[in-house]
Structures are given as C-alpha cells and as structure tokens.
Write a protein that binds this ligand. Structure first.
Ligand SMILES: O=C(O)/C=C/C(=O)CC(=O)C(=O)O
Ligand SMILES: [Mg+2]
Length: 221
C-alpha cells in the first residue's frame, strides 16, 4: 500500500526547484546587472537539495563559490495559469534556502551566452532548512533574512525589497511551468553575496522563525 507523502519533507519528493534571479535591486546592482523588468528564471534539479547535518560540497571546477540566502516557497496545491489573486492558496509553507552559485562559472556562461546549469544546479547547490508551515510566516512580504560566514554577517535583507512579489511570481511561473505539490520556488537573494571556502561554516536565519547551519567541504575525487 502506498504511504501518503508528507509535505514537511518536500525535499524528498523529487519535485522541481524554480529559482528567481535578480529579484532584489541591490543584488542586481552589486553584480553590475540591470534591474529586470520581468522575472529571470532558472532551475535546479532535486539532487541539488542538502539538509543540515550534511555538507555543502564545492565542485572541483570552481574557485569562487558564493552563498545566496533566499526565502523558499513550498507549493502545496499545484496549478497552471494561477491568477495572482489565488496564488497564496497554492502555498503550503516556506523554507530558508541557499542558492549556492559558482560565480566564476556563471560569469563564463554569461560571457558565452550559455545557460547557468553548471554554476547553479550542481549537487548540494540548494541547502534548505526545515519546512516552515504557512501559519508561521503570516506576512511573507516582510521577512528578514540574514547569513553569516564564520560568524561574520554577510547578508541582511528583507523580502519587502523584492521586485516581484510572491503572488506575482507564482502566477507568472505557472503560466508556462505547471506548478506541482512539493515544488520549491527560490525567490532571489539580497545584496552581500560573497565567496566561501572549504571548512567555512555558514549560518543563516529568518528573524524570529529559525536558523540553520552548514559546513563547506571540498568534493573528494
Ligand atoms: O546575473 C548575475 O550575474 C547573477 C545572477 C544571479 O545569480 C541571480 C540569482 O540567483 C539571485 O539574484 O538570487
Ligand atoms: Mg539566487
């Protein structure tokens, strides 16, 4: 008999991870990019997930791995062409997420006009916290996020700074990618992204909600 899947373990479901890029003007500017007029999207595979207790692995081909702290939205009810007014009914909850990015590889991809897959979608590129039920974040448009590397504050931002809101993103994405229960949307990072090294400890948090900690290791051959 099939057992019911539990949304609080969404990372085990094998669903897609849809990421929004340059959704904070301060981050777009720090990397010398234009502020977008439409959402910029890319994907990570489910093999990108890593949970606390397991390390973030630096791919062998990068020497500039960056952290990006982001609010993740966990989809509870799937849909296509979801109206913005109904979008929040499709949210089961949230997760604190890191969009680990091989910045040197991303820069190479950008200059060659190639997709960002090697820079963004490698194993362990999506560290995630525990599932946060929707009720625990009554106003997702006013959530304070922070990230420290070895106890030094690197990122501090608020979802109120997002260019495209969560309801808008859900509606926009669902117009051409059907959203399914268990999908995760990464909503973009505020400024302060920087490089991490082997043996670093990353600590990130959502103010008044939760914190999470990850060690960085280099992938062994
Ligand atoms: O365009 C760039 O140089 C970099 C963009 C990103 O990495 C976008 C994000 O992932 C983000 O803004 O969160
Ligand atoms: Mg990102």
């Amino acid at each position: 008999m099939a057992t019911a899947r539990n949304i609080s373990r969404f990372w085990e479901w094998g669903r897609k991870i849809i990421c929004v890029g340059r959704n904070y003007a301060d981050h777009a500017k720090e990397l010398k990019n234009a502020v977008p007029t439409e959402p910029i999207l890319f994907l990570k595979p489910p093999s990108a997930y890593v949970k606390e207790g397991s390390p973030i692995l630096v791919p062998l081909y990068t020497s500039d791995l960056h952290h990006e702290v982001e609010l993740g939205v966990v989809i509870g009810k799937g849909g296509t062409s979801i109206p913005q007014a109904d979008a929040m009914e499709h949210v089961a909850g949230y997760a604190l997420c890191l969009d680990m990015t091989a910045r040197d590889i991303q820069d190479q991809c950008k200059s060659k006009g190639l997709p960002w897959t090697m820079a963004k979608a490698f194993n362990t590129s999506c560290p995630v916290s525990e599932f946060i039920p929707k009720e625990n974040i009554p106003d997702p448009s006013d959530v304070k996020l922070w990230l420290k590397v070895n106890d030094q504050l690197r990122q501090s931002g608020c979802t109120s700074q997002m260019i495209f809101s969560i309801p808008f993103l859900i509606s926009y994405i669902s117009d051409f990618i059907t959203l399914e229960e268990g999908d995760l949307i990464l909503t973009g990072t505020p400024k302060g992204v920087s490089a991490v090294q082997e043996h670093d400890e990353l600590q990130a948090g959502i103010e008044d909600v939760l914190t999470m900690t990850f060690k960085v290791n280099r992938l062994e051959l």
